[in-house]
Design a protein around this ligand. Structure first.
Ligand code: SAM
Length: 242
C-alpha cells in the first residue's frame, strides 16, 4: 500500500438543501427512484448555497444525482443486512445493498429535473425521488448517460425492477380525486406507490387487514384482495384529507 497520509477520522459535511415533497413518511416510499415517476418534490437550497449562480446551466440536464443522508435511519450499522428483495431473511454485506442502515447513512438517487425556480433563493422541482420530507441533501450532480448508463451491467440479487400489483380505486376514492385540481397526478402517485406493494413482507396474506399510507396531503386507506386465480390486487377504499 502507498505511504499516503492516513485520511482524517471524520469529515464535516453541510446539507446544501432540504427535500419537501409527496412523502411525509418513510412508509410507502418505493425502494428506488423512478418507480413512482408521479412523485413530486422540491429541493430547496439552503443559505449560502441558495445563490442562483450555483445552478447556472443545470437546466440543460434532465436528470440529477442527489447525495443525501438517511436522516431517519439510526446511526448504528451492521456488516450484514437483510434486503427486502430477498424476502427479509437472506443476508448480504451492507455494501452489496442499498440499505438505509449503513455507515455514514449516505444515500444516492437519480431523479428527473422538471424546473428550477430562482425567484426566491433556489428551488429545484423534481420528479420520481424516493426521499422522505425533510431529507438533507449533501450534493447535486448532473447525470451523464454516456458515462453512467450501463444497461448490460450485472445487478446481483436485484436484476430488474420489483414485481408490481394491480391497483383499483373504490367509487368513493375516485369521487374524492375528481374534486381535486391535482386529482390525476395524485391518482397516478397512489397507483404507482401501491403497485410496489408497500405492505410489510410479514403481513402478506392478511386480507382483513386495512393499511394507510400518507401521500401528498392525504391518507390513502387500502386493503388486499386475492381472486380465485390467486392473483392479489390492492384496492383503495378511501382517501382522507390530512
Ligand atoms: N435510491 C437511494 C439509494 O440507493 O441510496 C435510496 C434507496 S433506499 C432502499 C429507499 C428507501 O429509503 C425508501 O423506500 C424510504 O423508505 C427510505 N428513505 C427515504 N428517505 C429517507 C431518509 N431521509 N431517512 C431514512 N430512510 C429514508
Amino acid at each position: 500500500m502507498n505511504d499516503h497520509p492516513a485520511p482524517p477520522k471524520a469529515f464535516h459535511l453541510t446539507p446544501i438543501g432540504i427535500i419537501e415533497g409527496d412523502y411525509p413518511d418513510k412508509f410507502g416510499i418505493p425502494r428506488q427512484p423512478g418507480l413512482a415517476s408521479a412523485a413530486r418534490a422540491s429541493l430547496v437550497l439552503l443559505p449560502p448555497f441558495d445563490d442562483p449562480l450555483t445552478v447556472r446551466g443545470l437546466d440543460a440536464f434532465s436528470h440529477l444525482w442527489l447525495t443525501f443522508v438517511f436522516h431517519q435511519s439510526p446511526e448504528r450499522w451492521t456488516p450484514l443486512v437483510r434486503p427486502p428483495r430477498l424476502g427479509g431473511n437472506a443476508k448480504v454485506g451492507v455494501f452489496a445493498s442499498r440499505s438505509t442502515h449503513r455507515p455514514n447513512r449516505l444515500g444516492l438517487s437519480l431523479v428527473e429535473l422538471v424546473d428550477i425556480d430562482t425567484t426566491c433563493g433556489v428551488c429545484l422541482q423534481l420528479r420520481g425521488a424516493d426521499l422522505v420530507d425533510g431529507t438533507p441533501i449533501l450534493d447535486i450532480k448532473p447525470y451523464l448517460p454516456w458515462a453512467e448508463a450501463c444497461p448490460d451491467a450485472r445487478a446481483g440479487f436485484a436484476p430488474e425492477a420489483p414485481p408490481t400489483l394491480a391497483v383499483t380505486l373504490s367509487p368513493a376514492a375516485e369521487a374524492m380525486l375528481a374534486r381535486r385540481d391535482d386529482g390525476d397526478s395524485l391518482r397516478a402517485l397512489i397507483c404507482q406507490v401501491l403497485a410496489q406493494d408497500p405492505r410489510p413482507a410479514y403481513h402478506c396474506g392478511a386480507e382483513e387487514r386495512r393499511y394507510g399510507v400518507r401521500l401528498r396531503d392525504v391518507d390513502v386507506r387500502f386493503h388486499a384482495r386475492t381472486d380465485a386465480t390467486g392473483e392479489t390486487r390492492l384496492e383503495v377504499v378511501e382517501i382522507v384529507a390530512m
